[in-house]
Ligand binder design. Sequence first.
Ligand code: HEC
Length: 106
Amino acid sequence: MRKLFAASLLLLCFASPAMASSKSQREHGAALFATSGCQHCHTIRNVGGHKGPNLSSVGRTKSKEAIRAQVVNGSKVMPAFGDVLQPTELDDLVAYLRSCKDKPIK
Ligand code: HEC
């Protein structure tokens, strides 16, 4: 029982958005980007569509909060994903996008 409590505490720590993102978080985020429909409109590193802006360097220009708000609320031209993605999936997706820091294409 005690062990279970310790394990869930540990899990909570790892799920905390305050923590720096881990490689597995970013990998999961990349997979979500491909499977949730983002890639249909957005290109990252030469893969994806062109309805929305290229996100290869979005980690340079947008904060974690701004990226999350965009994904949760969408916009006039982008669907909202707040009801589609779980909070932990959002964490991973945002962690991935924050790691996309390619030099902007001129
Ligand atoms: C139907 C097309 C479409 C889909 C699907 C879509 N987007 Fe977008 N997205 C856009 C368009 C168009 C914009 C630019 C206009 C705006 O800011 O709303 C945008 C803007 C953004 C921005 C802000 C980029 C910037 O530099 O300002 C982010 C971040 C983003 N999208 C992430 C995502 C993620 C993550 C997903 C999947 C969960 C997704 N989008 C799905 C069309 C889409």
